[in-house]
Ligand binder design. Structure first.
Ligand code: 13P
Length: 343
């Protein structure tokens, strides 16, 4: 099969090390020199001047979430990218998210502030490996999680996110499905929709997949009455203990179902705590891994610092492009998904 040229390449000398930036640890050089608030103010002014909208995923460092026009989950940000009338989209997230924004908005300029913001889960499936699975399981509708490349999306019948996965699978006329690439999300969907025969690809998000039920049980020892909220990319033993299983933005809404609860254990990437704490300042949110060092930490989501956002606006880097034929196929799979409501 012929490969389409959508691979990213790191510019020579580019340092892909994660930065620990405001307010999550050591300040970056620009933050030290100019101060976080001044950088945020400058970014907002630049965005206004350049007619840009700044979108940030819930896993971004708090300072980047705070400078964004919209903070959300993959589905919410895709919808926002489609509806914006801004001329430029600065996507503070990971590459597949910015790529989806470009696919949905071929006429807008889309920028990813840090080129090393990849996704191990998206990289776990290539067009060749999907082709191999499609040959092994012929005649199945291919449902692909948005954590995937545009090329893989273009080979799929429909996409889904963690916010609409069950509804997407239910919406299909066929009962025979190949779900890619996340095995934990796929297994959970298969449990929710037992009437469908779902073959699940063997990929996983390393950040979520590292968490074990034993870690959560240990965290619960110090918070025995806590409500456990988990992302469906977590393993089966963690999901079996959860009170709520949902997308990142849905977590913010689900907390409201427990007005008497004081503490919530959160089984997803650590950036999620920022929006939860902003929305519910009187409740306590604790990462479910019970670790001293933070294991629920995605190095790719955390690579983007405020100065990268500023540079994206000033120097127009890193612009996302998708070949027209790939974009056309990926758009079809994404648009089909967007026609299905949230779970
Ligand atoms: P959400 O769509 O729930 O925000 O999740 C995105 C993601 O990449 C999880 O790892």
């Amino acid at each position: 099969m012929e490969r389409k040229a959508t691979e990213r390449t790191l510019p020579a000398g580019h340092n892909p090390q994660p930065v620990h930036s405001a307010y999550g640890g050591r300040p970056t050089p620009a933050e030290r020199e100019r101060g976080v608030a001044a950088l945020q103010e400058e970014i907002r002014a630049l965005a206004r001047e350049r007619k840009a909208v700044i979108l940030a995923h819930n896993y971004q460092v708090p300072a980047v979430q705070d400078v964004a026009d919209v903070v959300g989950d993959s589905l919410g940000l895709s919808l926002e990218a489609r509806r914006t009338d801004a001329e430029r989209i600065v996507f503070c997230g990971v590459h597949f998210m910015a790529e989806s924004a470009k696919v949905l908005n071929p006429d807008k300029r889309v920028f990813l502030p840090h080129i090393a913001a990849g996704c191990s889960l998206a990289d776990s499936i290539s067009p060749e490996s999907l082709e191999d699975w499609m040959e092994r399981y012929p005649g199945r509708a291919v449902v692909t999680y948005v954590n995937s490349s545009a090329e893989v999306k273009a080979m799929s019948d429909i996409c889904c996110t963690s916010a609409n996965a069950v509804s997407v699978v239910r919406s299909l006329a066929t009962d025979k499905i190949l779900f890619t690439p996340d095995r934990n999300l796929g297994r959970w969907i298969a449990q929710q929709v037992p009437e469908k025969d779902i073959v699940v690809y063997d990929g996983a998000c390393p950040t979520h997949d590292v968490l074990r039920g034993a870690n959560v049980r240990r965290t619960r020892e110090t918070h025995p009455d806590a409500v456990l909220i988990a992302h469906p990319e977590c393993r089966e033993d963690v999901l079996a203990m959860a009170d709520e299983i949902c997308s990142t933005t849905a977590m913010v809404e689900r907390v409201a179902r427990y007005p008497d609860a004081r503490t919530f254990l959160v089984a997803t990437e650590s950036g999620m705590l920022h929006q939860l704490r902003l929305r519910y300042p009187h409740q306590e949110f604790v990462l479910a891994d019970g670790c001293i060092g933070c294991r629920l930490h995605c190095p790719y989501m955390k690579v983007t610092a405020l100065e990268d956002v500023r540079r994206a606006l000033l120097e127009e880097v890193h612009e996302i492009t998708v070949p027209a034929d790939v974009a056309e196929g990926a758009r079809r799979a994404l648009e089909r998904m967007l026609a299905v409501p949230r779970d």
